[in-house]
Design a protein around this ligand. Structure first.
Ligand SMILES: [Fe+2]
Length: 170
């Protein structure tokens, strides 16, 4: 049986991951409107990954006797004035998600829930990659994004991202 607090945090995380998907789809829509279809593609795939994360938390909870309760997903609907803004928001958001994962890990650790800790290990590593990816894109945009040719190249590169299903098996 899962500890009540751990179970609650895992359930909340489903909502946070679906929100993340919404958040990134909103960014994808913004870039699509701006004519940067490569950036739009990158964020659409990012959203797919977040949806996968939500499903992983849901399956883990169900497989371990927890109850899944859906809450309202907040609307992102942000207004962006500059191309770099969503990139910076992405890094901030991923840092926030890292803190959420660490909070669940901490709760599992405190009750010696080794199974949940092992499940979360994948997410701890994944968050490291998410933060690095976001940081890399900001750096590239800062270097090349202000020039039209550089922006075009970057958009082409972002457009080459393909969806890869998560490697985590529950
Ligand atoms: Fe995620």
């Amino acid at each position: 049986m899962l500890d009540a607090k751990v179970s609650e945090l895992l359930n909340n995380q489903i909502n946070k991951e679906f929100y993340s998907a919404y958040f990134y789809l909103d960014m994808s829509n913004y870039y699509e409107e701006q004519g940067l279809s490569g950036f739009a593609n990158w964020f659409k795939i990012q959203a797919q990954e977040e949806r996968d994360h939500a499903m992983l938390f849901m399956t883990y909870l169900q497989n371990n006797g927890g109850k899944v309760t859906f809450d309202t997903i907040d609307a992102p609907n942000k207004e962006y004035k500059e191309f770099i803004e969503p990139l910076k928001e992405t890094l901030n958001h991923e840092r926030y998600v890292t803190s959420l994962i660490h909070t669940i890990y901490d709760a599992a650790y405190s009750v010696k829930d080794f199974r949940t800790m092992q499940f979360l290990d994948w997410f701890v590593k994944e968050q490291g990659e998410e933060e690095k990816n976001a940081d890399d894109i900001i750096k590239k945009f800062t270097l090349f994004g202000s020039d039209a040719k550089g922006l075009y190249s970057l958009d082409t590169e972002m457009g080459a991202r393909v969806y890869v299903a998560p490697t985590l098996a529950i």
